[in-house]
Design a binder for this molecule. Sequence first.
Ligand SMILES: [Zn+2]
Length: 282
Amino acid sequence: MRLLPAPAGSGIVFRRTDLDDFEIAAVGRNVAKVSYATSLMRQGVLISTTEHLLSALIGMGIDNVIVALDNLELPILDGSALPYVDAILNGGIRVQRRRREYIRVLKPVEVREGNKFIGVYPGSGYRIQYTIDFPAPIGQQRTSIDLAAETYGALIAAARTFGYKADETRLRDMGLIRGASPENAIVLGPKGPENGPLRFKDEYVKHKVLDLIGDLALAGRRIEGHVVAERAGHAMHTALVSRLLKDRSAWEMARVPVAESAHEESEGLSAVVGRRPALMGA
Ligand SMILES: [Zn+2]
């Protein structure tokens, strides 16, 4: 897998180098199937497990990039987005002259299914509040973050995916976690993680935030608004994206003036990976 620079305004686009450079844009209309991971499909061509890379790209403020891939599955790596963040930083980030485009949320959009809930609301910046409630040993965790490259890199990127050991055989039989191992996921026994210490006390809910950022990238542009999620998952995340995009009165394409920047001068400008292609294993 390689990350290549793309012109301002082009967004995030996957390219299958093993299929004549067939391209699939990371946008809601290409969402294929969603269960334990998010996949994209166009004209029968699949890209699977997109959420961790998309999360790293949005988290690090990359707007435009071509993700060149020679097979259908993105590497799972250590189960977090940290190796992707390192690759992006290694390749370098280049600020483009064009103002960054945002999807600015204008009114609440919500999806509820049983006790699962997700909603997005008008508000400045990109803020996420997530609550999970899993069986022991995880229990209930809640976190909220204000997304900026610094907070993403330090607080979210390293959070790994997780799975219960009790579910493992069943999931493996269903072909759902082909590659899962203690190297790429937190393996949970009855008393807690079986493979070493957690990277954060609340690593589980932080990983859900990581997934959410990756799935909401499928809105096609960075979101300006506040997201609240409770017991959600990939299916709820992508359902919110399609509900939001469908309701044209709920959002507008906006550009934030550079002068309004709170962090740094380049904040309002779009960005792309550096001239050196960022390389990933697998
Ligand atoms: Zn994940």
